[in-house]
Structure formats: C-alpha cells, structure tokens
Design a protein around this ligand. Structure first.
Ligand SMILES: [Zn+2]
Length: 339
C-alpha cells in the first residue's frame, strides 16, 4: 500500500499536462470517484490498525498533492486559452478616432497667430468680472442700455457687497486691467469667453468667444487702425479681400466704426451669405475714448489708441458656412469631425 502511494506521488510530481484533454485524463486517473486514490481509500479498511494512521496520513497528502496540481494546471490552461481567444486575426480591425482641436480653437489660434506676428501680446482676464472693469471704466454710464438686465448676467456676491459682479459681456475689461497695470506703449489682443443674457436661437447663444485688440501709444491714429485691420483681413481671408469702415457707436470708442469686408465667397459680386450686398460685417472698432484713458490714469492729450473686437463664432460660421451656432457646443463628433 505504501509503495503504491509512493509510486503515485512520484508520478503526480513528474507528469506534464499540456492541454485540456490531458488534464481530464489526469483527473480520471487520480482524483475521480473511480480513480486510483478513491480505490486506495477503499482499501484502507483492509489495513491493520497499526499501519492505518501512517497510511491514512500519507494517502491524504497524496490526494491533496493531486488536487493542487489539477487546479493549478487548470487555471494556467484557462488563462492562456482566454489570451488566445482575444486575438482573432480573422476579425476586422477596430476603428479608433484621433482627437483634434475644436473648430473654435482652430479659428482662434489662426487669428491670434496673425496678430502675434506683428507684435501683439496675448493677454487674458477673469470671466467673472467686477462691474467697474466691465462698464464704468469703459465709459458706459449707469443707465446705458448695455447695462440693462436683459443683456447682462449680474452675479450676487454674498461676501463682498461693496462691489457688483457680472459675467463679462466683452473682453474689453482685460484692456482696462492691462492699462491700469502698465504704462504705454501697449499692444495686446485679448481672446476669451463672453456672456450675454440672450434667448438661445440658431444665431444667438448666451456665451460666445471674442478677440479684442488694443494699441496705445503717442500719435496713434485711425490710419494705423485701418492698416492693421487690412493686414489681418488679407492674411485671414485672402489677399484680394477689401475692408471698409462704416460709422457706428460704442461708448468706449470715438469715432467708432463697424468693420466690413468684401464677401470671401462671391468676392463682392453678391450671394446668399452676404445677402447680395457683396459685404460682410466681421466686427467693430474705433479710437479709444478719452474718458477710458482718464479712468485708467492716462493723459488723453499725450496718448491715443485704437481698439477692435471680433466674434470668433461669427467668423467661423461665415468661413465654413455653419448655419446654427449651437452646433459649436453640442460636442457632436459628426459635426466636429468635419474640420
Ligand atoms: Zn457674397
């Protein structure tokens, strides 16, 4: 009996099991109800009382050895099996898409690059802004229509009741902050999000992106403004694009102008995009109002400057023929993939 057990022990230790079939044979031979070890357990009753504890102990040891071998081999066969199943070379490959910049960021970067090349520095500021920087310092008196609750998101500040806060309605407060902190010459562009309390429609959204520019120095004139804008327009829309200024009004500039360019789709002949006028409005501009200079401590007799602003969504919508502003913010890959 003991010699049979020793033989079995040797064999269990040395046997190699390569696949499921061999494993099953191993189970049948040693562990199953009709296997060798069960038979030896049956024979245990014929063993003398003296030998029983020794043989019984040995039998249990060998049984444990066989069971451990079985479960460890089974586990390793299953693991390697599942790995083999994962790689099925007959399956078609999986698609994966590469991320890219959002069309608004692409447009913004293109815009910023052109102005950086001619010496403008990018400056940013807070989106939650004090009323002073958003309105007061920009020559927008308290009862000006732009301050109407219809247009501006006012924010309550429970901790500081001495200041009024708004979600900035334009990026111009960044210009004020920059002028308060620096002496001329100043040549900056300020890109960023702005907020207006508007009903959401295909043409309007309560948030959009703006880029504003500011140049302040001695002897800056409207001619400098026209030169820089024409340069930008030719770079951005093409060499043949023409610019025109139409008299307009902004509280923070005097004189003020609406900025038009010849339609880049029909090249001025007239089409659906330009409503047959041959011209497209792309923004506003003007010479900085003396009151703005006074608010930041500059002498309007010594310094002059120009400012301009354009909406990034509007520019992108015209350039790519996008009909609905809401598409920019829905993160629909079918839309974003087109750019
Ligand atoms: Zn046109």
């Amino acid at each position: 009996m003991l010699s049979k057990l020793s033989e079995a022990e040797k064999e269990i230790n040395s046997i190699t099991i390569a696949n499921k079939e061999e494993l099953e044979n191993f189970r049948l031979r040693f562990i199953s109800r009709n296997g060798l070890l069960s038979k030896l357990f049956d024979e245990l009753k014929n063993v003398s009382k003296d030998e029983k504890p020794v043989i019984g102990k040995k039998l249990n040891e060998v049984k444990k050895l066989a069971e451990e071998k079985y479960s460890s081999v089974k586990q390793s066969i299953e693991e390697s099996g599942s790995k083999a199943e994962e790689i099925d070379l007959t399956l078609p490959g999986r698609n994966f898409s590469i991320g890219r910049q959002h069309i608004l960021i692409q447009t913004l970067n293109e815009f910023v690059k052109i102005f950086r090349e001619i010496g403008f520095k990018v400056t940013e500021g807070p989106e939650l802004e004090e009323e002073f920087y958003n309105f007061d310092a920009l020559n927008t008196p308290e009862h000006h229509p732009a301050r109407d609750l219809q247009d501006t998101f006012y924010i309550q500040n429970k901790f500081d009741k001495t200041k009024k806060y708004v979600l900035r309605t334009h990026t111009s407060p960044v210009q004020v902050r920059t002028m308060l902190a620096n002496k001329p010459p100043i040549r900056i562009i300020c890109p960023g999000k702005v907020f207006r309390n508007e009903t959401v429609t295909p043409k309007n959204y309560f948030m959009f992106h703006q880029v504003e520019g500011l140049y302040v120095d001695k002897n800056v004139s409207m001619r400098d403004l026209k030169g820089v804008i024409s340069y930008f327009v030719k770079k951005f829309y093409g060499e043949n694009t023409k610019t025109r200024f139409i008299p307009s009004f902004f509280p923070f500039t005097e004189p003020s102008a609406q900025l038009d360019i010849t339609c880049f789709i029909c090249e001025g002949k007239g089409c659906k995009t330009c409503k047959d006028t041959g011209w497209l409005e792309i923004g506003g501009c003007g010479m900085v109002h003396p009151n703005v200079f006074k608010a930041v401590g500059y002498d309007p007799e010594e310094y002059t400057g120009y400012a301009f602003g354009m909406g990034i969504e509007r520019i992108a919508m015209m350039k790519y023929g996008i009909k609905d502003i809401r598409l920019f913010y829905q993160n629909d890959v079918r839309f974003l993939d087109q750019f």
